[in-house]
Design a protein around this ligand. Structure first.
Ligand SMILES: Nc1ncnc2c1ncn2[C@@H]1O[C@H](COP(=O)(O)OP(=O)(O)OP(=O)(O)O)[C@@H](O)[C@H]1O
Ligand SMILES: [Mg+2]
Length: 368
């Protein structure tokens, strides 16, 4: 198996570092503190949650819910219920009497998958009490009298719900009443999460401990990569590993994906130059994803994006040099272009400099 996992979580041996973060999270959970875990995309939030769940599985029933793409309270409730079914709440029996009672009590219609587990298709809505099913779920979990951790991933999605404000209030009230449950709210769109947790007027104001996930330290990641090559008795050029960490900005997913690519090569390249040639093809394969990009941007935005990609990072876009390469005349036009690229999440501010959010896009724009 390729040890550089690029999908999900495959166990502690394939997981690099995050020792302090894990300890911090475990400690907070053991002390009944709800948590907000945030950080930019693809840095390893979801994997960290799974890693922490692995450490806690003997003490807690761990429930993971991803609410990406849900757009209202019913869909939220459905995903939460699905998370519960997949957890160990119903002990070892795959499909028990208790589970049926639970599904009925929340008005769920479900189908049985090939794994023998039900999955909820929809939850019937009670017109008189739109949060009735959600209350039922919390009630069910509360009366179990076992210790539970619930992670709600992509939590910023609730900001997009139609009846967002009463829903947020209800959720907060239910969470407060759940003495036996610790919550982890996780997500990436920072301004949305900020709205939920740090605005005085909002229900969740200061109700959780906030923790930001950062990059994994370069040296630690370097050793992790070398260790896995050594384990498989594959020779690897250390300069290439160093190079990978540098061109990926240590952005976890990209480090993993490029290391995965390097590991998959039958013959290991002997130098950075040799690696670059192979890597170039790997990036150009992705052109289908990026070919429509120029149509989504103004000409000026695209030129700025490409100029940033060529430089990799830029700390002062208003410098005379950068204005010149971007062919932009005034600092105010530059300001507008930068802001719309930030808005579209095509670039991010990473430790004081701007860079492309999608590292592969950066490399693609460098090569074309
Ligand atoms: N510490 C780690 N060691 C090794 N691989 C990791 C680590 N953290 C994350 N990964 C891998 O990196 C990839 C991205 O991680 P993950 O999906 O957890 O990020 P995320 O922050 O939740 O992203 P998104 O915002 O897109 O949901 C995954 O394939 C995961 O397996
Ligand atoms: Mg995630």
């Amino acid at each position: 198996m390729n040890p550089f996992v690029i999908k999900g979580y495959k166990g502690p041996q394939f997981f690099c570092n995050r020792i302090e973060e894990s300890e911090w999270l475990v400690n907070a959970i053991r002390n009944n503190q709800d948590i907000t875990l945030y950080g930019y995309r693809r840095l390893g939030k979801s994997a960290l949650i799974q890693h922490v769940f692995r450490k806690l599985e003997k003490e807690y029933v761990c429930i993971y819910t991803d609410i990406w793409g849900t757009s209202n309270a019913e869909e939220f409730t459905r995903e939460l219920a699905n998370g519960i079914i997949k957890s160990k709440v119903f002990s070892k029996q795959k499909f028990s009497e208790k589970m049926v009672t639970f599904l009925k009590s929340i008005g769920a219609s479900f189908s049985i998958g090939i794994d023998g587990l039900p999955s909820i298709d929809m939850i019937y809505r009670d017109r008189k009490n739109i949060f009735g099913n959600l209350e039922e779920i919390y009630h069910f979990l509360n009366q179990l009298k076992i210790r539970i951790v619930i992670a709600i991933d992509e939590f910023q999605e609730i900001k997009k719900y139609d009846n967002q404000s009463p829903f947020e209030g209800k959720l907060r009230a239910l969470s407060q009443q759940s003495q036996n449950i610790v919550f982890i709210y996780s997500g990436s769109e920072q301004h949305l999460l900020n709205d939920i947790f740090t605005k005085y007027s909002m229900p969740f104001y200061q109700s959780t401990r906030m923790v930001a996930i950062e990059k994994i330290e370069k040296k630690v990641y370097f050793d992790f990569i070398i260790k896995h090559f050594r384990k498989a008795k594959k020779e690897v050029n250390h300069e290439i590993v160093d190079y990978i960490l540098s061109i990926s900005h240590q952005h976890t997913y990209y480090v993993q994906a490029i290391a995965n690519f390097l590991y998959s090569l039958e013959k290991q390249p002997g130098s950075v130059t040799e690696f670059e040639l192979l890597y170039r093809d790997f990036i150009l394969e992705k052109s289908v994803f990026y070919s429509e990009l120029p149509e989504l941007l103004t000409k000026q935005q695209f030129i700025v994006l490409k100029a940033i990609a060529k430089l990799s990072t830029i700390s002062s876009p208003n410098s005379a040099d950068f204005l010149e390469v971007s062919k932009i005349k005034s600092p105010s036009s530059m300001h507008r272009a930068i802001n719309s690229l930030l808005d579209k999440q095509l670039i991010i501010k990473d430790h004081g400099s701007f860079r492309l959010y999608d590292v592969f896009l950066e490399h693609y724009l460098k090569y074309i």
